[in-house]
Write a protein that binds this ligand. Structure first.
Ligand code: GLU
Length: 279
């Protein structure tokens, strides 16, 4: 595994953030205006159990929700001050660029392409791309077996991109808007396999209604460094990095990972070092 330092980008962001601070802008475009009601808007996934989930009774759960809530607290916002907004994979950069959200914690991998449009704090989790197949399907034993199979992933994700460029260029890739739609397809045998990060797939496989019906390939097809997306040049990046350092140091990171990913039997990597991307 190679480590890539992002200190140059961090320095550039800091320089930009100083300018932003001088202008009195704290959160990019998005700020509570005038009325005194202090809120912060955070983008998360709504359909990823263990990571980011909106439950039928309107609650929000998962590692990303806990991380986002911790960060908000360090920024001076109570849990009740947070407005949660769905951030689908293909929408994330736009949501940040338009200032529709203050930051995004949504299984959001740090990549050079995305860094051209937005900035990332973190990383706060290292996951790996994998596949989910039906438990009784023994035809997919290695990544190459995915060629000619109906493989589902999500538009705008690194998972879909990796299939096309390296993992299985001859797979019949179907790109949906969200992973839960792929899961339905897998259940109904419309597709043969669902590919995305193992941390997400473990959460699906562990759902009560699916127990014993799906299995992970265990392929470790990529390194996915989860970051917290902010608007390019925002001073939030440095502040969020400080919050993340604290979160790891005070034991909250361990507790959140155990609580959210433990029940699915997910074997997590150790806490990443802030500013260091594993490529
Ligand atoms: N972590 C990958 C990505 O950022 C896949 C998961 C997702 O789509 O949220 O694209």
């Amino acid at each position: 595994m190679k480590l890539r330092m992002v200190s140059a980008a961090a320095a550039a962001a800091l320089a930009l953030s100083l300018t932003a601070t001088a202008c009195g802008s704290d959160n990019g475009n998005k700020s509570s205006s005038g009325g005194g009601d202090k809120t912060i808007t955070v983008g998360i996934k709504f359909d990823q159990p263990g990571i980011g989930l909106k439950t039928p009774d309107g609650k929000y759960t998962g590692l990303d929700v806990d991380v986002a809530t911790y960060v908000a607290k360090q920024l001076g916002y109570k849990p009740g001050d947070i407005e949660w907004k769905e951030a689908k994979s293909a929408d994330r950069e736009t949501l940040l660029q338009r200032g529709d959200v203050n930051y995004i914690v949504a299984s959001y991998s740090i990549t050079p392409e995305r860094q051209k449009k937005v900035d990332f704090a973190g990383p706060y989790l290292l996951a790996h791309q994998d596949v989910l197949v039906r438990a009784d399907d023994n035809s997919i034993k290695k990544p190459q077996d995915l060629n000619n199979k109906k493989l589902c992933s999500v538009t705008g994700s690194t998972s879909a991109q990796n299939v096309k460029t390296k993992i299985a260029p001859n797979a019949q890739l179907q790109e949906y808007g969200g992973y839960s739609e792929c899961l339905t397809g897998l259940e109904n045998k419309v597709i043969d396999a669902l590919t995305t990060d193992d941390a997400i797939l473990a959460g699906y496989a562990a759902q009560k209604e699916f127990q014993g019906r799906f299995r992970l390939g265990g392929f470790k097809l990529s390194n996915e460094n989860y970051g917290i997306g902010v608007k390019k040049g925002s001073d939030l990046k440095a502040k969020i990095n400080t919050a993340l350092e604290k979160m790891v140091k005070d034991g909250s990171w361990d507790a959140y990972v155990k609580k959210n990913l433990g029940p699915a039997g997910y074997k997590n990597e150790p806490a990443p070092k802030i500013g260091v991307i594993v490529s």
